[in-house]
Design a protein around this ligand. Structure first.
Ligand code: FES
Length: 106
């Protein structure tokens, strides 16, 4: 499924991720610098914070408790469309997803 990452400075990365990959993995392996993923995807660092395009918010899995707690620890302001990139796995339903990255992660 295709994903567009938009960096804080406006640079866009359009990539095609294998199903099952997380948005965090996809960013790191495609040179997207706005995501750090320090904890390796175990919901323990909040450095994979991103903002999901409004059109896709309802298609995502619900925020689990661990993710919810970590989202309160992000460096950039938490918004209604904030999610952790490591907790969102690509599915065909998410094809065309657009996410924006905060200015800072840590
Ligand atoms: Fe650490 Fe997502 S990579 S919380």
């Amino acid at each position: 499924p295709k994903v567009t990452y938009i960096e804080h400075d406006g640079r866009r990365f359009e990539v095609d991720l294998p199903e099952g990959w997380s948005l965090m993995q996809g960013a790191l392996l495609n040179g997207v610098t706005g995501i750090e993923g320090e904890c390796g995807g175990s919901c323990g660092c909040a450095t994979c914070h991103l903002y999901v395009d409004e059109a896709f918010v309802d298609r995502l899995p619900e925020i689990a408790e661990a993710e919810d707690e970590m989202l309160d620890c992000t460096v950039a302001q938490r918004e209604a469309n904030s999610r952790l990139g490591c907790q969102i796995k690509m599915t065909p339903d998410l094809d065309g997803l657009v996410v924006r990255l905060p200015e800072e992660q840590s």
